[in-house]
Design a protein around this ligand. Structure first.
Ligand SMILES: [Zn+2]
Length: 305
C-alpha cells in the first residue's frame, strides 16, 4: 500500500473512531445500520457497518474498515465461531472457505498495512456495540481465521492526520481494559434501562454502569436479567451493601447508614430511597432482573447488615 493510500485509510479510521467517541460521550452505546450510514468523515461519505456480510470495505478504501459478529444467546450455535484462543487473542472467521475471497483479501490488507478496524458486536435486544480500535495481527488459513488483538497499543509509526481528532487518552486506556464480553453486556443493559439509573433515574451515560446482580467475579453471567443500570454512586453503594434491592424491586438502606447524619448527598442520594421502588425497569418483562438472583443478592445484603 503506498503512503498516500495508507494516510487516507488512517484518516477515515481516525475520523470514525472520533465520531464513535463523541456518540459514546453522549450516552449512545448501541448502533444500527442507519446510525452508521452516510457519515461525512475525512472528506468522504462513509458507512461504518457491513450491510449483509460480516466484513466491510468501503469502495474508496483498499482495506476492510469493520467486521461484525451477530448476537447469539449463550448455548446456541454461532454461525461463526469467533472464540478466544489459548493465547488470549480473539479469532475472527474468514468469509467462506477461500482465504483468497475478496473480503478476506480486504482483511489481509488491513493486517499487512497495520490498519485499525471497528468490530461490531451484536447486542441482546438488537443493534451493535462498537469495539475499536482492533488490529488483525496474524492469520491461520488452515482454520480459516484471523487473529484479532483487541488490546493493541497504538503503534508509534501511526502519525494521525489531524491533531484535533486525537482520541482521549483516558478513553483509549479504558478501552484496553475492556474485555470483549463486557461491552455488549454494558450496551444491552443500558439500553434496556433507557440509559437511566434503576434507583434514581439519573440519565448521564458517562456516569452509569451496568452492574451485575450476581457478581461476575463470582460467575455471574453477562445477560440483561443479571444486570441493573446504576449510576456510579448507587453501583458503589450496592456493591458495598450500603443498599439492597428486594426481589420485589424495593430499595432498602443499611440500618446503620440510615441513622447516620451527614450532608445532602447521603440524605438525598441514599437515605431518601429507603423503601422506594426502583424508578426504572426494562419495558419488556423478559428483561426484568431475575428474582432469584435479586433474592440471593438481597440475602447477602441482609447478612452484611
Ligand atoms: Zn442512581
Amino acid at each position: 500500500m503506498d503512503p498516500d493510500q495508507r494516510l487516507r485509510e488512517l484518516a477515515v479510521r481516525h475520523a470514525a473512531f472520533a465520531w464513535l467517541d463523541r456518540q459514546r460521550a453522549a450516552g449512545k452505546e448501541v448502533f444500527s445500520q442507519n446510525d452508521t450510514s452516510e457519515l461525512s468523515l475525512a472528506g468522504e461519505t462513509v458507512r461504518l457497518m457491513p450491510t449483509q456480510q460480516g466484513i466491510w470495505k468501503p469502495g474508496h478504501l483498499a482495506a476492510a474498515l469493520s467486521i461484525r459478529t451477530v448476537y447469539r444467546p449463550e448455548g446456541t450455535d454461532r454461525p461463526y465461531d469467533d472464540a478466544v484462543g489459548a493465547d488470549g487473542f480473539y479469532r475472527y472467521k474468514m468469509r467462506g472457505d477461500d482465504p483468497g475471497h475478496y473480503q478476506n483479501r480486504a482483511l489481509r490488507e488491513a493486517m499487512t498495512a497495520r490498519l485499525p478496524l471497528i468490530w461490531w458486536l451484536g447486542v441482546q435486544g438488537g443493534g451493535y456495540s462498537a469495539l475499536y480500535p482492533v488490529h488483525l495481527v496474524d492469520e491461520e488459513p488452515v482454520a480459516l481465521q484471523f487473529v484479532v488483538d483487541i488490546d493493541a497499543v497504538p503503534q508509534t509509526d501511526i502519525v494521525w492526520p489531524a491533531a484535533d481528532l486525537e482520541l482521549d487518552p483516558a478513553y483509549r486506556q479504558q478501552l484496553t481494559r475492556i474485555r470483549l464480553h463486557q461491552r455488549p453486556f454494558r450496551a444491552a443493559v443500558l439500553r434496556a434501562y433507557r440509559t437511566s439509573c434503576a434507583i434514581c433515574s439519573f440519565r448521564h451515560g458517562d456516569l452509569l454502569d451496568a452492574a451485575h446482580i450476581h457478581e461476575d467475579s463470582a460467575g455471574g453471567r453477562p445477560v440483561i436479567t443479571n444486570g441493573l443500570t446504576l449510576c456510579k454512586m448507587h453501583h458503589a453503594a450496592y456493591d458495598r451493601k450500603i443498599l439492597g434491592i428486594t426481589p420485589s424491586h424495593e430499595v432498602r438502606v443499611n440500618a446503620a447508614v440510615l441513622e447516620e447524619v451527614d450532608g445532602p448527598m447521603l440524605r438525598h442520594g441514599i437515605q431518601e430511597f429507603h423503601g422506594k421502588r426502583l424508578m426504572v425497569l426494562p419495558e419488556r418483562r423478559s428483561q426484568h432482573p431475575d428474582s432469584e438472583l435479586l433474592e440471593a443478592r438481597y440475602q447477602a445484603f441482609l447478612d452484611a447488615s
